[in-house]
Design a protein around this ligand. Structure first.
Ligand SMILES: [Zn+2]
Length: 259
């Protein structure tokens, strides 16, 4: 049988859903998801992806756990441990049916294509705009579906890209120079948790085909007002990443995809 006894019990509530069922669960088990960043967004995204039964989860993060992470990065328990390795440890304890790997590495323009190769879906749980644009550009260039998420202070945002849909650079061309960091303005745990949870849902929706993805839609979340705002946007033909004449280049020329 495709699922063993433990899995049948573990995923019983997923099987019961008409939108998922045994068919959807098989797709989840066969899926490879890459989570870049195991901070506030990544903690929650990884937790729910593993609980849902995604077969292969790889987490990439070069950062190490500090005390100031504990208000939101709920999968980490020990200071000084690499966050990707800490996430791997968490997933192994949560769901033994997941093949998980934590990679202690910084994603760069030189290595990103190697990182995303082979994965069905990428979840961007990084915190800086430079890495968010890098992930966007790599996913557009390499035709990889991914989910963008961000959380600062008491507000968050999320959108999903699939090949052919508008991308992050259709919304904003360059890094906003006044983008605040979480060190400066703070961040509440449930805010990043909410967005990370929604990112896991986007991955599940993409893999199983259930529901409607957040493509061409940016959802903004205001936690204090409990308000969601949806901004609809189309593909910009002049977009430097996904437009008709893209001008953004990574080291794709030097990169050879794995067979
Ligand atoms: Zn674009």
């Amino acid at each position: 049988m495709y699922f063993d006894n433990d899995e049948c019990k573990r995923y019983a509530r997923n099987f019961a859903l008409p939108e998922i069922g045994v068919r959807g669960q098989r797709k989840l088990k066969e899926a490879w998801v890459l989570v870049i960043g195991a901070g506030g967004l990544g903690s929650t995204a990884v937790m729910y992806l593993a609980a849902a039964g995604v077969g292969v989860i790889t987490i990439v993060d070069y950062d190490y756990v500090e005390e100031s992470n504990f208000n939101r990065q709920v999968i980490h328990t020990q200071v000084g441990v690499n966050k990707a390795k800490s996430a791997e440890y968490f997933v192994n304890n949560l769901n033994p049916h997941v093949s998980v790997l934590g990679v202690d590495e910084k994603v760069t323009p030189q290595n990103i294509l190697g990182h995303i190769d082979g994965f069905n879906f990428i979840v961007d749980c990084t915190s800086g705009f430079d890495s968010k644009f890098l992930i966007n550009d790599a996913c557009v260039l390499y035709k990889k579906p991914y989910c963008h998420g961000g959380a600062t202070g008491t507000q968050g945002e999320i959108m999903t890209y699939v090949p052919g849909s508008p991308c992050l650079r259709c919304l904003m061309r360059e890094i906003p120079f006044d983008a605040p960091s979480n060190e400066e303005v703070g961040i509440l745990g449930p805010v990043s948790g909410m967005i990370g949870c929604m990112q896991a849902m986007e991955a599940i929706k993409y893999i199983t085909g259930a529901g409607e993805l957040l493509t061409g839609r940016l959802v903004k979340y205001d936690a204090l007002e409990t308000r969601f705002q949806t901004i609809r946007f189309g593909r910009d033909k002049d977009c430097p990443a996904c437009g008709d004449k893209p001008s953004i280049k990574l080291s794709i020329d030097r990169y050879r995809p794995k067979k």
